[in-house]
Design a protein around this ligand. Sequence first.
Ligand code: SF4
Length: 232
Amino acid sequence: MTAPTSDVAALAAALEGRPPGEILAAAAARHPGRIALACSFGAEDCLLVELVARHRLPVAIFTLDTGHLFPETYALWRALEARTGLAIRAAPGGPPAAAPGETPWETDADACCDARKVVPLRTALADLGAWVTGIRRDQTPERASARVLEWDARFGLEKVNPLAGWTSEQVWAELRREGVPVNPLHARGYPSIGCAPCTSPSRPGEDPRAGRWRGSAKKECGLHLTPRRPAS
Ligand code: SF4
């Protein structure tokens, strides 16, 4: 496990407000060969994949294939690889897709997310110095304190959030300007897309993540819980 370094906060302050591609490049230079983007194929992640390709950054890309993604998401996976020439690898370690008739997301959604997302993520991050995510501060109250670079105490490495300070409108403007493929479900009322059994469209005026685990108090899959930060 990489030890936290005291310069994380200083570097985060220096990078705050810089273009996402510049933040990505700085992180890639800081962790040569030991940095990866966790891509869940949301709009933000599509933009980050594009930026990795555009700037030719040595950032690996992986996804957490729970076996229960929408068909549109699997198609987007192939489309992004075809556009960028980059490989987006499935992180190993998760259980196989549930058998017909089994509904582990109804029995215990936290346990299902833990087995299908958190455990594979932990395996994927084990040998890295940093991981890159598409989280933005205005997505949820839980993400409001995210920095562009921070120590992730939960997984024991640095976490890079190049789009932390961006709005959804900025992300979409860039995607449209560059013609980056996105999940067609966004246009059908799904602002936030996870596994098919746990994602429903959002209604007008609802929080963008309201369609995730609708009817339950669950808001996060466990990947982006607010980390404890070392005392400075
Ligand atoms: S989002 Fe739903 S189906 Fe996917 S891992 Fe979590 S509980 Fe399971």
